[in-house]
Design a binder for this molecule. Structure first.
Ligand code: PEP
Ligand code: MN
Length: 687
């Protein structure tokens, strides 16, 4: 309206005009303030509505009302001569905010409203992680920050109880998945309890009084610098100094306090460290979002009325089409998958771990049915957590519960309700029509029609002993090499095993003779390290009910050979297997190794009956260990033959090049020759 030229020509009119402009701006400011006040009041009312809906158990989303409301607003827009497009966009935002407020209200009443929270982040105050932490804890009066150097440190802070949650970035719309965080989620015993997406807007900041033209040096995180490369390329003669996070670079330049030194950081960091924003939004791509997750030691419960997302991590079985079966399970229940990411597994480079996010709540029956089906096609499955979804996508009316039967690959599919007994072993127990689980150990299939022989010394004693044994096992047709490195001995004075040194020897023998190795793990804190080298983790009879150990191997990505407790019933045995399956690990092999009876003529009594009973009750493979049942090498072959005859999927025996000098279980160990004889006797069933 007012040309610059005219104003310059007449100073008086310039004054009037600028007064006029100030007045108008003042008017706009007060209108805007009014809008904010109204939005805040609207939120308050929304909260009251939430309380009322929650009390009356009314649904939170009402499609028809939402639609009607929008139509009403649009027709009112005409009255004010407002653009319908503007009004519909503004109202979508307002209604989304209102829903979020309501969901937060319900969530707080579910998980217990807390006023203070300690949050671990990677980085310092003012970082994008800090902003995400604020956004994830909207109702907290007090937030204490635990700044950490590395992502893993933030998770450790949660596990040690020094923080309630860790807030970590998991993916960025420009740079993709943050692999390290995905790997940490797999490793650690933690759950995802929340998510938020943050718009990452980089700014060029400087100390007060600095100007872009004077800058000689710019500090910034390498990713942030890369995301602003176009803008930075326009600045001549400026050196870039890399920092470990954006807020840290802001802090540093505030400390240096030199107008020629700037940083790439966000507005919040500038505010915290008393810096000026010299240029805002300098990223190449304006739409640059990072998704953060909140991680806690325990899983969260999400109210069924709150839209939820669930994250899973799984590895599929080697059968062709397993991944397709997993995806089909979601389709069958009409549950939208919103993310599928894959990462190589840590100790099996050729095997992928899939991370999946879907819309749904683990408390929901339909989701549970999907998980039951998915479990059947996976070697490993763990729910990382259910949490309130921040994606208020256009609402889909929930489809009615499909009455359809879940497709299973067996010839006689049964309705899920009938097949999933809520009995003591939901996962280990056989469901009608279910196929057998086969456990694939580096190509050796346990649980199929053929008998698999596992053999080796009770304990690894020396490289020479284990090499000789491995050679004989291989030549006679054994498929896996066993050997104890950590020996759980009844007497503290007996040989306790060579420990990690023994594991290296066993692994070397296995490598040389092409035999996957089986060894016993006796302590939860050994599992992770053991799983790096052992192909199968054995749980011994004395540890069958060591629940901390069962939980730990349940999280491992290695098959587990679970021995029956010497005084355990079959029911207790299957419940122990249940622990491992519930931990995520689907590759469990059951081993009958003899139980305590009144009979003293053998070390234990081989419960041959257990084999068909286990096979009837469970889908898991069953093997027999005649050595520990017999305690006497003369009895090993007949018991092995009995095991094979009664339907075991495999036999595990102890062999030693010189049993008389064995440091443990010599009397029951077969000589290499006797082992070969046994293999001949079993030959019609051996692979
Ligand atoms: C073993 O297999 O080495 C062993 C110790 O067996 P168990 O746990 O059955 O006694
Ligand atoms: Mn033994």
């Amino acid at each position: 309206m007012y040309g610059i030229q005219d104003s310059a020509a007449n100073p008086e009119s310039t004054n009037n005009e600028s007064n006029q402009l100030d007045n108008l701006r003042g008017e706009v400011d007060s209108i805007d303030d009014g809008i904010l006040g109204l939005l805040a009041r609207r939120r308050e009312v929304a909260r009251k509505i939430a309380a009322e809906k929650h009390r009356a158990e009314r649904p939170f989303r009402d499609d028809l009302r939402e639609e009607a409301l929008l139509i009403e607003r649009l027709s009112a827009a005409g009255k004010y001569e407002l653009d319908a497009d503007l009004v519909s966009r503004v109202w979508e935002q307002i209604m989304a905010d209102s829903l979020r407020v309501q969901f937060d209200y319900v969530q707080n009443s579910v998980n217990g409203r807390k006023d203070a929270v300690i949050i671990a982040i990677q980085g310092v105050e003012g970082s994008n992680s800090h902003q995400a932490a604020l956004a994830l804890t909207p109702n907290m009066n007090e937030r204490e920050l635990v700044p950490c150097n590395r992502f893993g440190d933030a998770i450790t802070a949660v596990k040690d109880g020094r923080a309630n949650i860790a807030v970590l970035p998991i993916e960025n719309t420009t740079s993709g998945a943050i692999a390290e965080v995905y790997d940490l989620l797999l490793d650690k015993k933690v759950s995802i309890v929340g998510e938020v997406k943050i718009h990452v807007k980089h700014c060029l900041v400087g100390v007060p009084g600095a100007s872009i033209a004077d800058l000689k040096t710019i500090h910034g995180h390498p990713q942030a610098v890369a995301q602003c490369s176009n803008f930075l390329a326009e600045l001549p003669d400026v050196d870039v100094v890399y920092a470990t996070d954006t807020a840290l670079s802001a802090r540093r330049i505030a400390e240096v306090n030199n107008p020629t030194v700037g940083a790439v950081a966000n507005e919040e960091a500038a505010r915290i460290y008393g810096l000026d924003v010299l240029e805002s939004g300098i990223n190449n791509r304006k739409s640059n979002y990072t998704r953060f997750v909140a991680i806690a030691a325990e899983p969260a419960t999400v109210d069924p009325q709150v839209p939820a997302k669930t994250s899973l991590v799984l590895s599929v079985s080697n059968e062709p089409g397993s991944l397709a079966e997993v995806l089909n399970a979601f389709r069958a229940e009409d549950i939208p998958l919103v993310k599928l990411e894959s990462r190589p597994t840590i100790n099996n480079a050729w095997q992928e771990m899939f991370y999946m996010d879907f819309e749904g709540n683990v408390g929901d029956r339909r989701v549970q049915r999907v998980l039951e089906e998915v479990r059947r096609h996976t070697m490993y499955l763990r729910v990382l957590g259910t949490y309130p979804s921040r994606d208020l996508r256009p609402h889909r009316r929930p489809s009615p519960e499909p009455e359809r039967v879940i497709q299973v690959s067996s010839p006689n599919p049964q309705p899920a309700e009938q097949t999933t007994a809520d009995g003591p072993y939901r996962l280990a127990g056989r469901r009608d029509g279910e196929t057998e689980t086969v456990v694939d150990v580096n190509g050796v299939v346990i649980g199929g029609p053929e008998l698999v022989i596992i053999a080796g010394p009770c304990a690894v004693e020396s490289i020479d002993q284990v090499m000789k044994t491995a050679k004989a096992v291989k030549e006679s047709g054994g498929k896996l090499l066993r050997g104890g490195c950590f020996k759980p001995r009844t007497s503290p004075y007996s040989f306790q095993g060579l420990g990690w040194e023994g594991l290296d020897m066993l692994a070397e023998a296995g490598r040389v003779y092409g035999l996957p190795i089986v060894t016993e793990v006796t302590a939860p804190e050994h599992v992770e390290r053991m799983a790096e080298k052992a192909d199968v983790l054995q749980i011994g009879t004395r540890n069958m009910q060591n629940f901390a150990l069962l939980n730990e191997v349940g999280r491992a990505n290695r098959p587990v050979l679970l021995k029956r407790g010497m005084s355990a019933s079959i029911d207790e045995f299957l419940q122990a297997a249940e622990y491992i399956l519930a931990g995520g690990n689907q590759r469990v092999i059951l081993c009958e190794r003899g139980i305590r009876t009144f009979e003293t003529s053998s070390r234990n009594t081989l419960d041959v009956t257990a084999v068909p009973v286990l096979r009837r009750r469970s889908h898991l493979p069953v093997i027999v260990d005649p050595s520990h049942a017999a305690g006497d090498r003369e009895l090993v072959a007949p018991l092995a033959l009995a095991g094979a005859a009664i339907g075991a999927h495999g036999i595990m025996v102890e062999v030693h090049p010189d049993p008389d000098t064995a440091m443990s279980d010599g009397p029951q160990s077969l000589t290499l020759g006797a082992f070969d004889d046994l293999m001949q006797a079993l030959s019609d069933r051996v692979l």
